[in-house]
Design a protein around this ligand. Structure first.
Ligand code: ADP
Ligand code: TMP
Ligand code: MG
Ligand code: ZN
Length: 197
């Protein structure tokens, strides 16, 4: 039977990596063969480790390009886990399709949108291919409700590719995002590509 693709998306702090690692644990408990990948770009916690905001850790294979995963996938593997998919090139879709055709289950986690509310293209393509989509929410940093679907950038650096944590980003609900953006505070107040067209 062909493999199944599960894609976990949401804003920062919504528990995407935690959920990815909980699926990984299920496979490990069942003594299944697994591999966890992360993009080399994300050096927040060192190169070969995936870490959650609450401190959970797992050993990972750090790769720069999607095709660099292929040499690690020569022997039979039951499930492949990929974190921070938003940072991978679009060839990730080809790699994932190949795995599914080889009966490997694939679990991906990543941001659906930038802090400007632009979609991350690789995530978007994976969502189209997914058998199951899990959309997570965080606690809104401003109002405290468990309805944060967006990430707001509090630092002034306007780059949409900018690795970091609490010093740069907060999770917010749409109402609080719009209030913050209206106040002109932070890089998110610059608006999305859609607004700028
Ligand atoms: P993600 O990969 O989506 O950024 P993680 O799985 O790394 O999220 O981290 C989730 C953990 O982050 C939560 O279990 C909680 O301990 C912590 N956390 C920090 N800020 C928030 C927030 N605003 N909303 C929810 N969880 C938060
Ligand atoms: P996280 O979802 O596991 O918290 O990690 C998201 C990573 O993506 C973190 O390093 C910050 C980075 N990031 C960007 O590069 N651009 C963005 O627009 C956002 C929201 C986050
Ligand atoms: Mg994460
Ligand atoms: Zn809010």
């Amino acid at each position: 039977m062909s493999g199944k693709l599960t894609v976990i998306v949401g804003p920062m702090y919504s528990g995407k990596t935690t959920e990815l690692l909980s699926y990984l644990e299920i496979y490990k408990l069942g003594k299944k063969k697994t591999l966890l990948f992360k993009p080399a770009l994300d050096v927040r916690y060192g190169t070969d480790v995936v870490k959650t905001h609450s401190g959970l850790e797992a050993q990972a294979v750090s790769v720069e390009f999607s095709k660099d995963m292929l040499p690690h996938l020569q022997e039979k593997i039951d499930a492949v886990f990929i974190d921070e998919v938003q940072f991978f090139d679009k060839d990730l879709i080809k790699v994932v399709r190949k795995l599914l055709d080889e009966n490997v289950n694939v679990f991906c986690a990543g941001l659906d949108m930038t802090f400007k509310q632009n979609p991350f293209e690789t995530t978007m393509l994976l969502l189209a291919l997914a058998n199951e989509v899990i959309k997570k929410r965080a606690v809104c940093h401003v109002c405290g409700e468990h309805n944060a679907t967006l990430t707001y950038k509090i630092s002034d650096n306007d780059s949409e590719i900018d690795v970091g944590g609490k010093e740069k980003y907060i999770a917010v609900c749409r109402d609080c995002y719009n209030k913050l953006a209206g106040s002109g505070h932070g890089a998110s107040s610059g608006g999305s590509d859609e607004d700028n067209r």
